[in-house]
Every structure is written in structure tokens, then in C-alpha cells.
Write a protein that binds this ligand. Structure first.
Ligand SMILES: Nc1ncnc2c1ncn2[C@@H]1O[C@H](COP(=O)(O)OP(=O)(O)OP(=O)(O)O)[C@@H](O)[C@H]1O
Ligand SMILES: [Mg+2]
Length: 351
């Protein structure tokens, strides 16, 4: 018993962090983790309930536990002239986030103002709604606008065949429909700063570290013609905005010079990556970077012409762009090596 009491703080921290994944069996999971009795864990759960961090529901046998919202707030803003993301951040958001570590607050400042600015500058919406929920473990902000819809907008700007191809363009970064006033960095960096980042519009999802969303969000997105951005961040994380920026910038000029492209996103609408035209779609705009990391996770194989276009033709046309494949399967590696071995003068049949 005394052992449990000494580790009480750790036990409650574990409960808070794992209750979302184990609403029904958090007591058993915690007891196993700490090698203590269920009764001992129960005391900690009761204490968290008394403190208002946790709520319970259901009957004795089917009891479920969840984190209580410490903050639950929402507001609609009219997109009138003069609405500015930084003013909204200061007047409505920052105080409602309450005490958070400085690095976490910085991530929220960046993410909220970037995504709110997107609504102001790109959505053509009349109303934007902000939902903020904070529990003992994490904070969520949803920004929902009733504008044109992000994927629809990108599809028509780039004349894409499919709205889902817009997801790939966003994942590459440096995509903007307004190059005079913007540089296409907001979604790229914001999506990589949060534990969960989702954009939903129409029936298309862009998600980074997608986890189960709450029901009411799915309902909203299903009914809305505009754009929903959801950001979730643990209240305690070692991540900082600087660490995320540093991953994609070069040391000398701090420019946005490196991207990591999830090649798997190409498969929306295309099952197999075989043709030169698919490779060209993957490579579009990537000559703007100094380093292009192609992440082949989830891609079992690629065809000859596809590999040749990426690893020989593109490289010989863009000698200043470093193309680095990662997480390639043996099969994909074989095709890459083959394309590379043909060198700059090599010839391969088209498909
Ligand atoms: N809420 C939205 N509604 C409609 N389109 C959007 C919305 N948010 C973003 N977009 C589209 O997605 C593109 C990319 O957004 P992102 O924030 O990454 O870059 P940007 O706003 O163009 O540039 P920066 O963020 O660097 O100022 C925008 O140019 C715009 O076309
Ligand atoms: Mg932006």
C-alpha cells in the first residue's frame, strides 16, 4: 500500500494519459502496470473524480471513465473587415488555454493564428466557429468555416482530376493559391507540430497522426460545405516550434528548404505507382526544395517508368535537389537501384 502511495502522482498521471484508450478497463490496465491492487487504483480514480479531472458513467458492471472537460468553450465570429487572427488569439483564446507550459503555448499560438488566418484570407466564409476543449491530458481546438472548402479550392486552382490529390499538394508544402501574399507554409508546419492534425472538407480528409475523432466533429464536418481544422496537443510535450522548423530548414538561411512527402498519398485514386505521369504528379513543385525526402512507407512496389522518372530523369534535370528515399521496401529499393544504375544517359521504355 505504501508503495502505491509513494507513486500516487505517477499512477494518476498514467490514468490521465491512458483513460482515453481504456475507458472501460483503465483500472485493470493501471493495476497491471504498477503491480498493485485494483482497490488501490480505484482510490486514485475516485480522487481524480473528486478533483473534477475525470467523470464516470454507466452501471457498476459497465462503468466507463473519461477525462472531464476542464474547459469547454465555443464562439462564432463573423468575417467582417477588421477580424484579425492575433486579436482573436489575445482576446478569446490565450486565457482559455489556461496554464500551459511555454513551449505548448507557442505551438498553440502558431497553429491557431495560422489556421484562423487561412479562414480570413482563403475561405470566403461568412462565419467561422472556434471550439476549444481542454482536459487534464490534452487540448483540442476546432476551427470550422462555411466557406468554399479547401480541397475544392485547391482542385480548381491546380485543375486537379480529384479533390483527394489536393491532400498530396498540402503534404508537400509551399503550396499557395495566393503567391503574392502567402508562401504556403502554414498547413505544412502546423500539421507537424500537433499530436493530431486533421482537415476535413466535403468527404476528403487530410490527417497527420489521425486518431479517432469525437462524434460531434464528424457530424459537423459531414454537414458542412466549408472546412474544418482540428488540432490536438498534449498539455505536456517536449516538442517546440523551433524543433519542428529546424527539421525542414537549412542551417544557413533558415529557409523552408526541406520537405518529407508521404508517397502513399499518391495512391488516392491510383492503386499502383507505375507511370511517368504519376511520377510527374508526385514531383510537381518539388524542384523548389533543396532536399526532398520521399517516404515510401505503405508502398509495396513501384513500376520501372515511375522509378526512372523520379530517380534518374528528375535528378538529372534538377542536380541541385537532393532526392532521398526512406522506408522503401526491398522491391522499391530494387527499382530505385535499377533506375540509378542507368545513370544520366540511361534509357528505359515508357509505359
Ligand atoms: N479555410 C480554408 N478555406 C479554403 N481554402 C483554404 C483554407 N485554408 C487553406 N486554404 C488553401 O490552402 C492553401 C495552403 O494553405 P497554407 O496555410 O498552407 O498556405 P498559405 O496560407 O497559402 O500561405 P502561408 O500560410 O505561408 O501564409 C491556401 O493557399 C488556400 O488555397
Ligand atoms: Mg496559411
Amino acid at each position: 500500500m505504501s508503495k502505491v502511495r509513494i507513486g500516487g502522482e505517477a499512477v494518476r498521471k498514467f490514468i490521465i494519459e491512458n483513460i482515453g484508450a481504456h475507458p472501460r478497463d483503465i483500472v485493470r490496465v493501471t493495476a497491471e502496470k504498477f503491480g498493485c491492487s485494483r482497490q488501490a487504483v480505484h482510490k486514485h480514480v475516485q480522487r481524480l473524480i473528486a478533483e473534477g479531472a475525470v467523470t464516470d458513467g454507466g452501471q457498476t458492471r459497465n462503468k466507463t471513465y473519461q477525462l472531464a472537460p476542464l474547459v469547454k468553450w465555443s464562439k462564432n465570429f463573423e468575417l467582417a473587415a477588421g477580424l484579425a487572427e492575433d486579436a482573436v488569439w489575445r482576446s478569446d483564446i490565450v486565457e482559455r488555454l489556461e496554464k500551459l507550459p511555454e513551449n505548448v503555448l507557442h505551438i498553440w499560438h502558431y497553429g491557431f493564428t495560422e489556421m484562423f488566418n487561412n479562414v480570413i484570407d482563403h475561405s470566403g466564409a461568412r462565419i467561422v466557429s472556434v471550439f476549444l476543449t481542454k482536459t487534464a491530458a490534452a487540448t483540442t481546438i476546432d476551427i470550422l468555416d462555411d466557406g468554399v472548402g479547401i480541397f475544392k479550392k485547391i482542385k480548381s486552382a491546380l485543375d486537379l482530376a480529384d479533390e483527394r490529390h489536393a491532400v498530396l499538394e498540402l503534404a508537400k508544402g509551399k503550396f499557395t493559391t495566393d503567391p503574392r501574399n502567402h508562401s504556403g507554409e502554414g498547413i505544412f508546419f502546423t500539421s507537424r507540430m500537433f499530436d493530431e492534425f486533421v482537415i476535413a472538407s466535403g468527404d476528403v480528409f487530410f490527417s497527420h497522426q489521425f486518431e479517432e475523432t469525437e462524434d460531434w466533429i464528424l457530424q459537423l464536418s459531414a454537414n458542412s460545405g466549408g472546412t474544418l481544422v482540428k488540432m490536438v496537443l498534449h498539455n505536456h510535450t517536449a516538442r517546440t516550434t523551433k524543433k519542428v522548423f529546424d527539421k525542414f530548414t537549412s542551417d544557413d538561411d533558415y529557409g523552408f528548404t526541406k520537405t518529407v512527402v508521404p508517397v502513399e498519398l499518391m495512391r488516392y485514386g491510383d492503386d499502383n505507382l507505375v507511370s511517368r505521369s504519376q511520377a510527374k504528379r508526385l514531383l510537381a513543385r518539388l524542384d523548389r526544395f533543396k532536399t526532398v525526402v520521399l517516404d515510401f512507407s505503405g508502398v509495396a512496389s513501384v513500376g520501372q517508368a515511375f522509378a526512372d522518372e523520379v530517380f534518374r530523369v528528375f535528378r538529372s534535370r534538377n542536380p541541385n535537389v537532393e532526392v532521398v528515399p526512406i522506408h522503401a521496401s526491398l522491391e522499391v529499393k530494387r527499382m530505385i537501384t535499377r533506375a540509378e544504375s542507368l545513370g544520366a544517359e540511361g534509357e528505359l521504355g515508357d509505359t
